[in-house]
Design a protein around this ligand. Sequence first.
Ligand SMILES: Cc1ncc(COP(=O)(O)O)c(C=O)c1O
Length: 399
Amino acid sequence: MLEHLFTETVQKTMGEEGYGAWRSISAPDAVSLSFGFPYPDSFPNEELLTAARDLFAEEGDVALQYTGGENAQSLAGIVAEQAARRGVDCDPEQVVLTNGATHAIDVVCRTFLEPDDGVFVEAPTFMGALRLFEGYGADVTGLPMDADGLDVSAMADELAARRDEGRPLPKLCYTIPTFHNPRGVTLPLDRRERLLELAAEYDFVVLEDDAYGELRYDGDPLPPLKALDETGRVVRVGTYSKTIAPGVRTGWVVADGDVAEQIDRMNAGGTNRFTQGVVARYCRDGHYDRTVAAVREAYERRRDVMLDRLESYMPPEAEWSDPDGGFFVWVTLPEGVDTSAMLTRAGEEGVVYLPGEHFYADGRGERSLRLSFSHASPEEIDDGIAALARAAEAAIESR
Ligand SMILES: Cc1ncc(COP(=O)(O)O)c(C=O)c1O
C-alpha cells in the first residue's frame, strides 16, 4: 500500500533477500558449516553475569540511564587501548561506539554515501556489507582477489582507466584485509601500503573491516591499515561479536578526529549504554584477554581439523584457502560445478555451506563455497567435510 512512498532504492530491491537471509540455510541432521557464528561454549556467560552484577552494584540505576554511567563511558578508552596493542594509535575521542560492526559500516555509509556513489569491494566479500551498500543505492564494483587478498595492481589499473576515460572514481573502498570473509586470506604489507597510496592519489575513503583481527592462529601480526594511515583516509570498524559474543551487539568505528566527530553525529541516539557498561567491566576485569586466548586455541584446533580433513577427503580437483586466522575456508571446485545446485545433495549427505554467489554483487562465485570452522565441533567438522567430499565428487562426475 505504501510502496510508492518507499525510496527509489527500496523499490528497486524489494524482491531481494533480506539482511541475514543466508542464516536460514540449513538441512535437518546436516552439519552446518555455513554459520559464521562462534561456537556456543565460547560464550563467557558467567563472566558477563559477574560484570553485570558489579555494574549494578557500582552504578545502580545510572547504568540504565540514556547516558550510561562511568563504565559505559570508559569503553571508548578501552577500545582505544586494545587498538593501540594492534599498532593503531588513537584516543577515546576517535572511537565511535556502535551496535556491532554491521552498524558501524552502516553509520560510515550514512556519513559518506549518496545514491550512485562508487564503492569498491573485494570480490568476493562479506554479504552483510554488500546488502548495506546496495541499501544506500551505491554503485558497487567487485575487484579481483588472489591468494594474497585484494589484487591492488588490478585496482590501480581500474582507477587509472576510470580517470583516463573520465568515468566516476569510487568514494569508498571497503576491505577486510586480515582473515578475510569469505576467502580467509590476509593482505601482505606491501599491498597494504600500495592501497593507501592509491587512496591518497585518487581521493577515496578506505573502510577497513577488522572483525577477525584478534583471531590469529599462525604467522606474525601485520599492522592494520589504520596503523599505516598517514593521511587520515582510513576508517576502521571492529566488533566484540567474534571475541565476546554477537549478542552483546557492541562494535566501533575508529577514525581521525574530525571524521569521527561527523560519524558520531550521524550515529545519534541509539547505542546500548547498558551493554557497553557490562562489556567495559568485563574487559577491565581481565576477562577479555583470557577469553580471547582461550577461543584462539579452540578455533585453531577447529581450523586444523578442517584443513586436515579437506586434504584427506576432498577430490583432487578441489582447491581451498589456508587461513592464518578468522573463521573461514574458501573452497573452489572445477569449472562446471554449481555450488548452489550442489547444496541439496550436500544436505542429504550431511553438510551445509554457503554457496559462493552470496558473496558477490553480481552473482559470480558459482563454483566456490564458504566453509566456517567456528561453530561446529571438531567431530562435526570431520563428518561435515566427509559429506562435502561425497557431494563434490558426485557434482564433478555429473558435470
Ligand atoms: C567481515 C565482517 N564484518 C562484520 C561482521 C558483523 O559483525 P557484527 O556482528 O559486529 O555486526 C561480520 C560477521 O558476520 C563479518 O564477517
